[in-house]
Design a protein. Structure first.
Length: 319
């Protein structure tokens, strides 16, 4: 059970971010039809895929518009999370504040409370099986990227040097457009419903305590929440396991900053890590200093040059 929870834990907090990320929805082009009176005419070429600029604009419109997204500074989502293969189902609450602050709490009967958060600079998690833990730098970088995309304030072109509109095909039983995005920390493929332009799912490689894990998220059941269209359900599949999250309610009311403060157990881990880093830095400096003095070969004294033998005393200066 512990291994399964470790596989799914990094995805729990990210599910909301993936679901709310701006869709790169694509505008389908219309191919010209061959005249009915010319059956021997060559078939029309496949519709050309739209540019990324078209995708990005339609994406924002489908979600409710960039202006509406930028107005949202706080989001609280409540619902439940279920892992059918493990027979587990429990309440879930995620609180997000711009920029880069997030806290998710899940309560699973028979297991207890699982928490995961980020205060802008430090990511962390606490669960009954593993205890308190700090988020590794690569995983933290991924979470920050997803959070920044989800609030609509960041142009994806500023994050991903590589963006490719690849195809129109099937995803989760729906015709969807496929967009590939990549930077040094994150590689993902997003799928967008060809009819609604809303994000239908994501495939990506997640950083986790177990290393890199391929994951697929299917996002559906969109409803109007305030001025935005937001998902009501997501299904995450990773390493043969499935996690279902149902978002029952959304609130955009302010959230007290104390929600995002680091728990005492995490503060202790952070202080210990900083102490280790400082000790390693000091040791490195001392080692370098020792290398410059102790390891240097001793200076060689020049040998005296022998004086030439003469029968009379020399008045010339000694060489």
């Amino acid at each position: 059970m512990q291994t399964r929870l470790r596989r799914l834990r990094p995805l729990a907090a990210c599910t909301l971010l993936l679901a709310g990320a701006p869709a790169f929805a694509q505008t389908p082009a219309t191919a010209p039809k061959a005249p009915a009176s010319a059956p021997s005419a060559p078939k029309a070429a496949a519709p050309a895929l739209p540019t990324f600029e078209e995708i990005h604009q339609r994406s924002l419109e489908a979600m409710g518009g960039k202006e509406a997204m930028e107005k949202i500074e706080f989001t609280t989502v409540t619902g439940f999370m279920e892992m059918p293969a493990m027979g587990m189902k429990g309440a879930m609450k995620t609180q997000v504040a711009v920029p880069n602050r997030q806290r998710t709490t899940m309560t699973l009967p028979g297991l207890g409370e699982i928490q995961q958060g980020m205060n802008g600079d430090v990511g962390w998690s606490i669960d009954p099986m593993r205890g308190p833990a700090l988020t590794e730098p690569k995983e933290m970088a991924q979470q920050k990227t997803l959070e920044e995309l989800s609030n609509g304030r960041l142009d994806p072109r500023e994050v991903f040097p590589t963006i490719e509109v690849r195809s129109l095909g099937d995803f989760a039983g729906r015709p969807c457009y496929e967009v590939f995005l990549k930077n040094d920390d994150l590689e993902m493929t997003s799928f967008y419903d060809a009819k609604t332009y809303l994000v239908a799912g994501v495939r990506m490689t997640m950083e986790s305590p177990l290393g890199q894990i391929p994951a697929e998220v299917v996002i559906e059941d969109y409803k109007k929440q305030g001025d935005l269209m937001l998902p009501g359900r997501s299904t995450t599949r990773v390493m043969g396991q499935e996690q279902v999250v149902v978002f029952e309610s959304y609130s955009f009311d302010p959230i007290d900053e104390s929600v995002f403060e680091l728990p005492d157990a995490i503060k202790g881990l952070l202080a210990a890590r900083e102490a280790r880093e400082q000790a390693a830095e000091n040791e490195g400096e001392n080692g370098n200093a020792g290398t410059a003095t102790d390891d240097a070969p001793p200076a060689r004294r020049p040998r005296p040059r022998p004086r030439p033998k003469t029968d009379a005393p020399s008045t010339a200066p000694t060489p």
